[in-house]
Structures are given as structure tokens and as C-alpha cells.
Ligand binder design. Structure first.
Ligand SMILES: [Zn+2]
Length: 236
């Protein structure tokens, strides 16, 4: 089990941790600020910093084999730290913050386009949701206008935890059909944007939706019978 520091504070840019396992270019730590790929959000990149100042590039972060583990993938040929060693952690904050803004923007957009979500993905420069909807109902100006209007409310986001049983009793909370809610240890993490959205999500979000600034719709495309894709980017 790795302590997931980003769950309680998505704004941690640095931290210290202890190496608990090293194998084939992958390092596991007792705690981490690196988000592992999941829920459409890519894994973080950054550096492990050794006491001697040596910086080891982390090129990707994935969930490790056992539940709750996080695998920090190192650059090929990089020097490996030792098990038990204390290391500094630094994430590529500009990249992560862009991901947080776009990720939170998708939550807001999912409340403007009222349809089941069949897929989604987030990259540092753009993000998308796929909807099971008649494509003629998707209007770029309406989607960007409606989303930006909600962003303009500038409300603070909250993390809420409920039990698996509570989630089972409220199936309407699950909008995304392609991504199972992040269950585990009997409780589920929800992102709440008061007055706008409430849904299970294990990702990292901005503290206030005003930080998104605004979005623009890059394109709307037919990706299949149940996948009408809306791709967005941050405005400006
Ligand atoms: Zn989310």
C-alpha cells in the first residue's frame, strides 16, 4: 500500500518518501504525490531526487500489481535508488495542473451535455468525453457557452466519501458507463461541485472551478453508434 498524498491535497508539488521496492526500472514508495494512470487521467511525470542531488526522471506512473500500490516508472538506463532510501519527490506541476483543470472541466461539461458518458480521456493539451446521444443535439457553441457559464460561478469543489452500499442505492450518480467507480476498502470517493455535479471519481481536481478559466470546443465527431465525441481545450 502506498499512501496517496494527492487524494487529500492535489496541490502538493513536492514531498519526501521512502523507497519500499525497486524492480526493473520501477520504484514503489511508502507515500507519493504522483497520480497513477486511471479514470482517463494519465499518470504523473517528474523526478525522484536523491540526497546527493541526483535527479532520476519518472516517465510514467501506474497502479502497481497489488491494490493500492503505485509504480513509478523510471527513464531507461537511469540509476536506481536503493530500497529503504529516502528520496525527494517532484511532479511536473505545469503538466499536472493542466490535467487538473481539464479533468474538472469535463465534470462541468458532463452537466451541460445531458447524456450517458461512454468514454473519456484527458491529455495535458486537450480532453474529451464520448456521449451516447444523437449527434445533431451536440452544438459546439452551446456546449462551450453552457460550460463556461457554470465555470463562471466559481464554486469550490469538495471531496466526499460514501460507502459502496450508499453508491449502490444511488445508481444515478454513475454517469460514466465505461469507467467503474473507484471502489475499494468499502468506500467510494466522489467529486462534488456544489449545485453542479456529484459523481464518483478518483482523479485530481482544481480546488475552485474558476481555476479552469474557460474552455473551447475543438471538435465534435462521430466515433460510433454510442460514441459521439466532444473534444475540448482550455481557452486562452
Ligand atoms: Zn474527476
Amino acid at each position: 500500500m502506498t499512501e496517496l498524498l494527492f487524494r487529500d491535497d492535489a496541490y502538493l508539488k513536492t514531498a519526501t518518501a521512502r523507497v519500499v521496492a525497486v524492480r526493473q526500472g520501477v520504484v514503489e514508495l511508502d507515500r507519493t504525490i504522483f497520480y497513477p494512470l486511471g479514470g482517463g487521467q494519465p499518470g504523473d511525470t517528474g523526478f525522484l531526487v536523491r540526497d546527493n542531488g541526483e535527479r532520476i526522471a519518472v516517465t510514467d506512473t501506474r497502479k502497481a500489481g497489488e491494490p493500492g500500490g503505485v509504480a513509478h516508472h523510471l527513464a531507461a538506463g537511469a540509476a536506481l535508488p536503493e530500497t529503504g532510501e529516502s528520496v525527494g519527490l517532484e511532479i511536473d506541476w505545469d503538466r499536472r495542473y493542466a490535467l487538473m483543470r481539464l479533468h474538472t472541466a469535463l465534470h462541468v461539461m458532463s452537466c451541460v451535455v445531458i447524456a450517458p458518458v461512454t468514454g473519456g480521456n484527458i491529455a495535458p493539451d486537450k480532453a474529451r468525453l464520448d456521449f451516447d446521444i444523437d449527434i445533431t443535439l451536440l452544438d459546439a457553441d452551446k456546449i462551450s457557452g453552457g460550460t463556461n457559464e457554470l465555470i463562471g460561478r466559481g464554486v469550490a469543489t469538495e471531496t466526499v466519501w460514501i460507502t459502496d452500499e450508499e453508491l449502490d442505492a444511488r445508481p444515478e450518480l454513475v454517469k460514466t458507463m465505461s469507467v467503474a467507480p473507484p471502489r475499494g476498502a468499502g468506500r467510494v470517493r466522489l467529486l462534488k461541485i456544489p449545485g453542479i455535479d456529484l459523481q464518483p471519481c478518483g482523479g485530481t481536481h482544481v480546488a475552485n472551478i474558476a481555476e479552469i478559466g474557460g474552455i473551447k470546443v475543438l471538435r465534435i465527431r462521430n466515433e460510433g453508434k454510442r460514441n459521439k465525441r466532444v473534444e475540448i481545450a482550455l481557452r486562452g
